[in-house]
Each structure stands twice: as C-alpha cells, then as structure tokens.
Write a protein that binds this ligand. Structure first.
Ligand code: SF4
Length: 453
C-alpha cells in the first residue's frame, strides 16, 4: 500500500493547554465553563468504572465488552507533569528509531508535544508506514485508529494504545452483530444482495467511515464495500453509486447525510437505520426508494455544535468565518460558511492571508492549538463550554510514559492486533478507498437525483 506523506510535525512546547484551562475553571481562576468538572481529575480515576468518562461522550452508552485499562502503577499516577515529561523524553531518546509516537489532532497538549507526527487518524496511519524499521508504533488516539495502524503496518511491528479505555463512542455505535442483522434484513427487502442489475449494479454497497472498528471494516470488505474519511467521503460515495443502487453508510449519520445532500440526494431518500427496530424503523417502500441508508450513529463532540452558537458568533464577531466539521448535524453545516475535515480546517486557516476571525466547530484541543499557531488570526471554538472528547482524554502522559518505559524494559504493553480473518477483508476495504477516484458516476448522479427511480 503506498505511503502518503501528509503528516505534520509536532507543535513546539509551551502552547496553551486545555487541561490547564480546565484546572483553572475548576479552581475558580478562570470564568470559562466546562461540561464536567471531573475532567480536572486524572483519567485513571475512571478506568475501573464503566462508561466513557467525563467529556463529550459521558452520556453515551458504552458496550459491556468495551476494553478496560488495568491499574497504572503509582509511580506514574503520582508523578508531576514535569517528571512525566522528563521520563517520556528519556525513554524516547533511549528507544530512538525503534519507536514512533503518533498524536491525533484531538489529543491533549501534554501528549502531543511528545509526538513525532500529529494529524488525523489516516494521516497518522500513513506516517507509521514511513517507519517500517520501527519495532513499535505508539498511537496516542483511540482504539479504531490503533487498529487501522495495525492493519497498515508490518506484522512484526507492535501497535500500542497507551490506555485501552480510549475507545470511540461513535465507532462503538456500529456493533458488528447489529450490522450483520441489518444486512440480513436488507436481503429480505432487496433480494440477493450480490445480484447485478441491467446497469451493472448491486442493490446496496456498504460504506464505513474510518471511525469504525476493524470488524466493521472487515464486514464492508467482505460485501463489496469501502472505507471513507471525512476528506474523501464524496469520492467514495461516487465510487459506491457507480457499483450499487444504494449505499448503507455507517456509523456517522451526519457525515453520510451532509455528504450525500451536497451531492444532490434528497433527504427523503436517506432514511435513518435504528438497529434496535425491525428494518431500522422504516417501511419496505421507504427502503426501496432509499439511496443512502444512514446508520443511527453520531459523534458526541460534534453534536454539541448548534445553529444558535453560530448565530451568537456572527452577532458578537461581525465578519467571522465559521468552519465546521462534517460530523456536525446538517443544520449546523448549512448555517456555517464551510464544512470540512480537520485537515481542511487547518489548511483553510493557514491559507488566510489577511487577519481573520474564525469560529471553528471541532474538538477544542485542536482549536486551541490552531489559535496558538496563528496569532495573526482570532480563532475560537464555537462551543463556549470546554468539553473535550471523553475518550481522547483517556490518553495521559502517565500512560505514555508507562508504555514507553515498558518498551525500554523489553515489554510490549497494550498491544492492539486485528485477527487475520478480519484484517484481510478490512485491508481490501481500505485499498479500495486508496484506489477510488472521483467518478463519472452512476446514472442518478449524472442525471440529477430527482430523476432517479
Ligand atoms: S471526536 Fe468523536 S469520532 Fe473522534 S474519537 Fe471522539 S467521539 Fe470518536
């Protein structure tokens, strides 16, 4: 698989920290607000408890079999920020090229400053490909990202997730058993799902967002489907419509809806599939007319953004440029000036030649970092309440020090591996994505969706 060299270099030390801001809010030094004062505690205080922990996903229901993190030794829990910094630096220096540390855009500053690369999940997986000699890839992100890195890396490379409790509530919303059941029900409605019609297309193509488990990527690979990112979702949907009359899109309904709507698919042809209801809660006629069946999943970080926040930003900052992530609900995307992936947001700000005020609808750690990187602009998070991603928050320098010092001692801790029977079709789905090109597309796309039957 070809490497794509788009990873970023880490930011300099000394940038503002969301953690420090939360501590200041809780101590009363800052008048800002946070969604949960427990965010001022350490993540290990929550590892033994069920749930996603404090932050944006705290209200989401966690699967009973979600991985839990064992107890972190006291020498890490009790260490100061400065001591952990020093221990991480020392371990990295000892390990040298034997290890690559990857930091997702949404990670806390105290972790990101130790990353060799900072980027989105796919950029980081590709960055790891540039280090085929590294014995270990430490992925400071969430579980599905470490799985993707394992799929793309060499079999003898160990991919490590510093805290096993760092899942992703959105990825967890597409459970493999529910997806298999959905597929069986779609077969009842559409008949043989592999039967090709006169236009050369099957009844439905499954498409999964990168933010899904390896099991879901494997399912998609086995059924002629494909993976997408928030950067290439439109190209991937064009690929799918050239091969299928419909798309089953999971887990993020908002990315699916926003992308398909921009392609001209009418909203009434995008029913929501609720896995807890027979046939997803739709009647047969609706499913027959459907062009995109949207799985009932969402990101609790991006669901916090609202049209009211955009109105307030426009009122308080005349001329503000509002950019939101396509995981935001449709009304928010419609009210914004533009929508795009984290990479799009970063590039749009970097490309602004005049001092500009930006209101950004994505995770607060990235927004804070962008504000620090571009002091010529005024950049703020649309959400006035500080509410980071609950699961990204679970990665703390204490865990990073613990896994790195484990490697120094010859012990691989928290290795993430994807079993072969899942890995093989999951790689197929990823390879299809890498090969997908903007299409001349299906008859419906070419003719306009109003004419679709
Ligand atoms: S920001 Fe949303 S999609 Fe990303 S890891 Fe957090 S919950 Fe999952």
């Amino acid at each position: 698989m070809p490497a794509v060299n788009i990873a970023l270099t880490p930011p300099p030390a000394g940038q503002p920290s969301v953690d420090h801001l939360i501590q200041a809010i809780v101590s009363g030094e800052s008048l800002d607000q946070t969604c949960n004062t427990d965010l001022a505690a350490a993540p290990w205080d929550f590892d033994a408890r069920p749930g996603y922990g404090p932050g944006s996903s705290m209200g989401d229901v966690i699967p009973t079999d979600a991985p839990r993190q064992g107890e972190l030794p006291a020498s890490y829990r009790d260490a100061s920020e400065e001591e952990l910094d020093e221990r991480i630096r020392a371990a990295k220096e000892t390990l040298g090229d034997r290890v690559v540390v990857l930091g997702h855009f949404y990670q806390r500053q105290e972790v990101v400053r130790h990353a060799d690369y900072v980027g989105d999940s796919f950029q980081l997986a590709n960055a790891a490909l540039e280090h085929p000699d590294a014995e270990a890839i430490v992925f400071c992100g969430v579980h599905f990202m470490a799985e993707t890195a394992d799929l793309l890396s060499r079999p003898d490379q160990a991919v490590i997730l510093p805290n096993l409790a760092a899942g992703c509530s959105m990825a967890d919303m597409a459970d493999i058993d529910q997806v298999e059941e959905c597929w069986e029900q779609l077969e009842e409605v559409y008949g043989d799902l592999e039967a090709v019609d006169a236009t050369g297309r099957v009844p439905v193509i499954p498409v999964t967002y990168m933010n899904s488990s390896a099991a879901i990527k494997g399912f998609v690979g086995r059924h002629g489907g494909i993976v997408c990112t928030s950067s290439n979702a439109r190209t991937v949907l064009e690929w799918a419509f050239a091969r299928g009359r419909r798309v089953l899109f999971f887990p993020d309904q908002h990315l699916g809806r926003n992308t398909a709507k921009a392609m001209g698919v009418p909203l009434e042809q995008m029913p929501l599939w609720n896995p807890r209801r027979p046939f997803g809660g739709s009647d047969t006629r609706t499913l027959e007319d459907a062009r995109v069946i949207l799985w009932h999943g969402f990101c609790s970080v991006h669901r916090r953004f609202s049209v009211e926040q955009i109105a307030a930003a426009r009122r308080d900052h005349p001329g503000v440029r509002v950019i939101v992530h396509p995981e935001c609900p449709m009304d928010v995307v419609d009210a914004a000036d533009e929508a795009g992936s984290t990479d799009h947001i970063r590039r749009a700000i970097a490309a602004a030649t005049e001092p500009t005020t930006f209101a950004i609808g994505t995770e607060v750690n990235l927004v804070q970092r962008l504000a620090a990187d571009h002091p010529q602009h005024t950049i703020f998070c649309l959400d006035p309440v500080v509410c980071p991603c609950s699961t990204m928050y679970r990665i703390h320098p204490g865990y990073l020090a613990w896994v790195l010092e484990g490697l120094v001692a010859g012990e691989v801790r928290n290795r993430i591996t994807v079993a072969g029977e899942v890995a093989e079709p999951a790689r197929v789905a990823l390879e299809r994505m890498l090969a997908a090109k903007p299409a001349a597309a299906s008859p419906e796309v070419a003719a306009g969706w109003e004419n679709a039957s």
